[in-house]
Design a protein around this ligand. Sequence first.
Ligand SMILES: [Zn+2]
Length: 268
Amino acid sequence: MKRPLLLALFGLAYLAAGAPPRGAGQSGKAIICLTYDDGLPSHLGTVLPQLQAAGLKATFFLNGIAGASTALGEASPAVVGWTTAAANGHELANHTLFHACPEELGWQKAYAIESYTVERMVQEVKAQNNLLALLDPARKIRSFAYPCNNLLIGTVDYGALLMQQGLVRYGRAGGDRLSVVTDLARINPMQMPSWMVEQGTTLAELVAFAEKAKKAGGVGIYQFHGVGAEFFTVSTETHQAFLAYLKQHANDYRVLTFSEAMEAIARK
Ligand SMILES: [Zn+2]
């Protein structure tokens, strides 16, 4: 896949947080959200144990659930892992069922977003909500993340429709390392910008984004994919060190799940 194009398109949903900071510093701490997309094996094998050791909670945007084990009599490792994650206070959130993206990102035509109707997407989001409810029955309100940070089906802003239908309450969009939320009075709760963390991002770069949020008294939302594996990968060591940084600077940051962050913003 053409990586520069891919990155550019993932960044399409970048929303400039233009106005001067307002009120964000009132709580005295910036809000940091750690979000992880696509239900990857490294989330279960690496990220969740690291978060657990650090005592931090995060949001995982899942599309489908891998449903089988290779060992007879054994439950699906993904089902066990995600159920345990939810029981431990992590947020399981909706990333559609089949993760349709624009054809130009390399998706086959039949599965690309261009072949979708809004109704088809609504059915997928409902189906994914049902899957999530089986893993995480206690949570009644779901957040949503747009596959490939693509906000549109044709010309329709389908996230707004998902919210109006009561399927999801908050939405995470894309963005880049400038996408710190600084003006909490002027947010679109269905299009919260995040930094789609790029392949090989360093600890210093991860810290710099958090420091931007701190300086603005705002919100920094990280959109991670693979950790030590898969794609858009940051190394296991870098991820571990960043969690340690957040713990060491607990006076500066509140690390919240995406829904918790949105609720905290609404209370301001
Ligand atoms: Zn995704």
